[in-house]
Design a binder for this molecule. Structure first.
Ligand SMILES: Nc1nc2c(ncn2[C@@H]2O[C@H](COP(=O)(O)OP(=O)(O)O)[C@@H](O)[C@H]2O)c(=O)[nH]1
Ligand SMILES: [Mg+2]
Length: 216
C-alpha cells in the first residue's frame, strides 16, 4: 500500500521560509551599512513615541528610515514623518505581526543607500511578532508600566527572543504606584544578561542611555 499521508511540519515550513527571507533583508541592510531595529510591544506601550524621541535625537547624525507595521492605518508613519523622517507603511490587513517577506516587499522600491538607520515598528502585539525574524540587528521589546506588573511573566518567549528590553513611561511610576524594579527582576529571571533600559519617551529620561545601548 502506498503511503498516502503527507506530514507537513508547519513550523518548519512557515518559520523556515521566513528565516530565508530575513537573511535576504539582513544582507541588504548590511550591504548599505544600515543599523536596523525591530521594535515590538503591545498596542499603546509607546513604540511610536519612542521612535519619535529617538529620531529627534538622532536625525542630525543619521539618515533614518522608519517602517511602520499596522493593520489598517498610517497614523504612526505620519507621526514619525512629521519629524522630517522618511517612512514606509505596511498595512497587514489581518496579520498580527510583520514578517520578513512583507519588509522585503516594502523596501523593494526604497533607495536604501540613502539611510544609515532603520526603525521598524512592528504591529502592536506582544506575542506574534516574536516568532518572525525580519533580518534586523536588534529586536527591541517595549514594555510599559501602564500594562501592569505581569507582562514579562506572561510573555517569557517574547522576552527570551529580545536583544534589548525597554521599560517605557517611567514618568508615570509614582502616580501609578508602580515598582519598575518588579519588571526588571522578572526580565532578569528570564535572561540575566538581557540589557534593560528604563525610559520615558515623553520626558526623554533614559533615552540617551538607550541610544548608547543601540550602538548609535
Ligand atoms: N506619560 C507617558 N506617556 C507615553 C509615553 N510613551 C508613550 N506615551 C503615550 O502612550 C500612548 C500610546 O503611545 P504610542 O507611541 O502611540 O504607542 P504604540 O501603540 O506602542 O505605538 C500615547 O498617548 C503616548 O503619548 C511615556 O513615556 N510617558
Ligand atoms: Mg504605534
Amino acid at each position: 500500500m502506498t503511503d498516502r499521508t503527507v506530514t507537513i511540519d508547519i513550523r518548519r515550513d512557515l518559520f523556515g521560509a521566513n528565516e530565508d527571507a530575513a537573511k535576504i533583508n539582513a544582507a541588504e541592510f548590511k550591504k548599505h551599512d544600515i543599523h536596523a531595529f525591530d521594535i515590538m510591544g503591545s498596542v499603546g506601550t509607546g513604540k511610536t513615541l519612542l521612535i519619535e524621541s529617538l529620531c529627534e535625537r538622532l536625525s542630525a547624525r543619521y539618515r533614518i528610515l522608519m517602517v511602520a507595521g499596522d493593520l489598517a492605518t498610517r497614523i504612526d508613519a505620519d507621526r514619525v514623518e512629521s519629524h522630517g523622517i522618511d517612512t514606509v507603511q505596511i498595512n497587514t490587513g489581518s496579520a498580527c505581526h510583520l514578517d520578513a517577506r512583507m519588509v522585503r516587499l516594502a523596501l523593494k522600491n526604497v533607495d536604501l543607500s540613502k539611510y544609515q538607520v532603520a526603525f521598524i515598528e512592528n504591529v502592536g502585539n506582544l506575542i506574534c511578532p516574536a516568532g518572525y525574524s525580519l533580518g534586523v540587528d536588534k529586536k527591541i521589546v517595549v514594555l510599559s508600566i501602564t500594562e501592569g506588573p505581569y507582562m514579562v511573566r506572561k510573555h517569557p518567549l517574547t522576552i527570551k527572543r529580545a536583544d534589548i528590553i525597554v521599560i517605557n513611561k517611567i514618568d508615570l511610576a509614582d502616580v501609578l504606584d508602580f515598582d519598575v524594579e518588579v519588571l526588571v527582576k522578572d526580565v532578569r529571571e528570564v535572561d540575566a544578561l538581557l540589557p534593560v533600559y528604563k525610559v520615558s519617551s515623553k520626558t526623554g529620561q533614559g533615552i540617551d542611555d538607550l541610544i548608547r545601548g543601540l550602538g548609535l
